[in-house]
Design a protein around this ligand. Structure first.
Ligand code: TXA
Ligand code: MG
Length: 321
């Protein structure tokens, strides 16, 4: 048996005992627990200090498993067939006989499901035969982890095992769509764009309205927050600021990280969270007071990633509670 398959076995056995395991996905690292167990799901909320009203995503091995928990409309089925495994989360009506812990839904009659594409996540799901509730493996409101080292730094001994799958390829969390109404609603932008989604539904996806209740922490104002304040769309760098650049950096920065020197939006998404962490740590150590971020371009047709990155940055820059 290879070291990796030993670790997968070990992880599966810990999950069956109700323990928590950090696992890599193609988006970010998740803090996984048995989604059938109230006790395991409760300990996810406790470990993350996550508000109990923010429901969790349940990760399953494939569509057939998802059928046990959620009701699929024709549109939902079409999206699942096309984008799973992959970075797309569907919020579905919970089936009446759904055996998932009610805590994953945080009191709602819906459940968010996705099938992750990362080979280690897939291997673990197949080994443990459990649906896994897995929010991003960071403390609530903080920057999502894209390396095993980030999880270790932030959650340390609060998690029984961290499976190391290297750097997450996408680097930004899944696109979340509410499929419980006639018309699909985008709850969280991600790497799968609304344009791509519209191709596979008999409808046009809606943006959330002011009336949409806040059921996604992705929709809470302050989220993904580094310690230092963040200033967006910077066109200059002030004396006490570190610079998070995109493309050719602004002149005058004494500390600079570049999301992508060649303005490659995919590279920027993959770098976003780990650079936010690194620049935050270094800037604080060196006495800087703020992080200035250069403008990231958005163009729905060409790059929804720009929209997804700006969504995260806006929340990183939002006033903190
Ligand atoms: O890429 C991802 O989605 C990562 C990896 C680990 O899979 N997970 C992740 O989970 O980002 P989390 O918990 O950080 O974000 C889950 C999002 C939140 O915005 C949450 O409110 C929303 O999904 N969500 C979960 N269940 C929901 C439900 N029943 N209705 C509406 N939104 C829901
Ligand atoms: Mg999160």
């Amino acid at each position: 048996m290879t070291i990796l398959s030993k670790q997968i076995r070990n992880a599966a056995s810990l999950l069956l005992q109700g323990k928590l395991v950090a696992l890599p996905t193609e988006t970010v690292y998740g803090l996984a627990g048995n989604a059938l167990s109230d006790q395991a799901v409760a300990s996810i909320y406790a470990t993350k200090s996550r508000p109990q009203f923010n429901p969790l995503i349940v990760h399953v091995s494939g569509i057939e498993e998802a059928y046990h928990y959620g009701t699929f409309s024709e549109n939902a089925l079409s999206l699942a067939r096309h984008f799973w495994p992959g970075p797309l989360t569907l919020v579905l009506p919970r089936r009446i006989d759904c055996k998932l812990s009610l805590l994953v839904s945080a009191g709602l009659d819906t459940v968010a499901i996705r099938v992750p594409a990362h080979p280690l996540a897939q291997a673990l799901l197949h080994e443990c035969h459990l649906p896994l509730a897995a929010p991003s493996a960071n403390r609530s409101g903080k920057v999502s982890p894209t390396l095993a080292a980030h999880v270790k730094e932030e959650l340390g001994s609060d998690v029984s095992l961290i499976l190391d799958g290297g750097a997450c390829i996408e680097g930004i969390e899944s696109t979340v769509i509410d499929m419980t109404h006639n018309t699909p609603v985008l709850l969280r932008p991600g790497s799968i764009s609304t344009t791509q989604i519209n191709v596979h539904i008999n409808d046009v996806i809606q943006m959330p309205s002011a009336k949409t209740p806040i059921t996604s922490p992705g929709m809470l104002e302050s989220h993904y927050a580094p310690h230092l304040p963040v200033r967006l769309n910077a066109t200059d760098v002030q004396e006490d600021e570190a610079l998070l650049a995109y493309g050719a950096p602004l002149p005058g920065a004494k500390l600079c990280y570049n999301l992508s020197a060649y303005s490659n939006i995919q590279q920027a998404a993959a770098n976003l969270f780990h650079m936010l962490r690194s620049i935050d740590a270094q800037a604080r150590q060196k006495g800087f007071k703020q992080i200035a971020v250069m403008r990231i371009p958005e163009d729905e047709n060409e790059n929804s990633l720009g929209i997804a990155i700006n969504d995260r940055l806006k929340r990183a820059a939002a006033p903190r509670n």
